[in-house]
Design a protein around this ligand. Structure first.
Ligand code: SF4
Length: 354
């Protein structure tokens, strides 16, 4: 089943008091993570998704909850009382028992390849939030979300909705667009999270720039610059984690991401306790599905997207694309399509570029 909570946003922008109380109640009982999606009913906007759901189900107050019984949208049960929802649908289910029994040290635990394969298989068709929840249930803040300043903001939103502790980090290459830096700050404030902004090793970078200048990637490829500005800082932050989460999707690059798995062993990098697990919750989502989720959930986005930038990376290596062009055409456009990865997601032993 998939559970949606409909919350009301008052005309003055505040959340209705009863909605906030219901949320607190779910959190206090360790059940907040069971809510898959929040939909807002804007008092001032009858066309907002929550108002439309209220009209569809004939509900005249908030909050209310819609249980999509089969996860297909074809059979739904509506609860207009959070207590009734807890009693009838959430109270006795095993998740809360598991959560209660989990000891703090368990959050750091390694998982075997069998468990990864089974989870990847079982969760392959599930909503990305379920995949993220699987990771957060295991590692909590030892799981790091790699936020690039683009549509992967949906992962931060989902993690916040799940309500468990998590870590967020960004790779500040020093070459990001001003809009991206401002967007990172917007996300930090909106979700009230600490973001670890990782910088390149200053001595190595100074030496590289002294020797090759600031735009060598146009002449001899992006690998060397990406290795310094992205891969090394990533390697450093991953050494503090047990698992990490990326916003990679299969549709982003038929040449390099078509076989992307939702959960996999990271064969390139190491974590705090050796082996590292990589989650790609958005693997099977398309760009259209991702943007639908962003709009429906009122998630902030990088303003560069409104100016034709689809995939967003460093300023000198990213360009707006034309209608009909594939999004990866906007990254390292002077190189072959099979080389348009920055080493963060290379499979095998040698890291290459995001
Ligand atoms: S994307 Fe371009 S500027 Fe950014 S690290 Fe790679 S090569 Fe350097």
């Amino acid at each position: 089943m998939a559970l949606t909570m409909v919350k009301k946003r008052l005309a003055n922008g505040e959340t209705c008091r009863k909605c906030a109380q219901a949320e607190e109640l779910l959190k206090s009982r360790g059940l907040w993570g069971r809510v898959d999606k929040i939909v807002w009913a804007d008092e001032a906007d009858p066309s907002s998704p929550g108002m439309q759901l209220a009209a569809r189900f004939g509900v005249d107050h908030a909050p209310f909850f819609v249980v999509d019984e089969e996860g297909t949208g074809s059979k739904a049960t509506v609860y207009d009382s959070v207590l009734k929802l807890i009693k009838e649908r959430l109270g006795g289910e095993p998740r809360s028992v598991i959560e209660t029994k989990r000891e703090a040290g368990d959050a750091q635990r390694d998982v075997g390849d069998d468990e990864i394969e089974a989870a990847s298989r079982d969760l392959a068709e599930r909503h990305p939030i379920e995949i993220l929840r699987w990771g957060l249930d295991r590692w909590q803040d030892s799981l790091g979300i790699a936020f690039s300043g683009a549509e992967d903001v949906v992962l931060v939103h989902m993690a916040r909705e799940i309500g468990r502790p998590f870590t967020t980090f960004c790779l500040d290459t020093g070459r990001l667009h001003p809009e991206t830096y401002r967007f990172i700050e917007i996300v930090r404030k909106r979700y009230d999270i600490a973001i670890s902004v990782m910088s390149p090793d200053s001595a190595a970078l100074e030496s590289f720039v002294r020797k090759k200048g600031l735009f060598s990637f146009y002449e001899d490829g992006h690998e060397e610059c990406c290795a310094l500005r992205k891969v090394e800082p990533l390697r450093r932050v991953l050494r503090t984690l047990s698992a990490w989460v990326t916003g990679q999707r299969r549709d982003q690059s038929p040449a390099t991401r078509a076989a992307l798995s939702p959960i996999e062993r990271d064969s390139t990098f190491s974590g705090a306790h050796g082996r590292l697990v990589k989650l790609n919750p958005l693997a099977r989502w398309t760009s259209a599905q991702t943007w639908k989720y962003i709009r429906e959930n009122d998630i902030p986005f990088n303003p560069l997207h409104e100016r034709g930038f689809v995939s967003i990376g460093c300023d000198p290596c990213t360009r707006a694309i034309l209608p009909g062009e594939h999004e990866r055409a906007g990254r390292w456009w002077w190189e072959e399509t099979t080389k348009r990865e920055c080493g963060l997601h290379v499979r095998g032993s040698a890291p290459g570029s995001s």
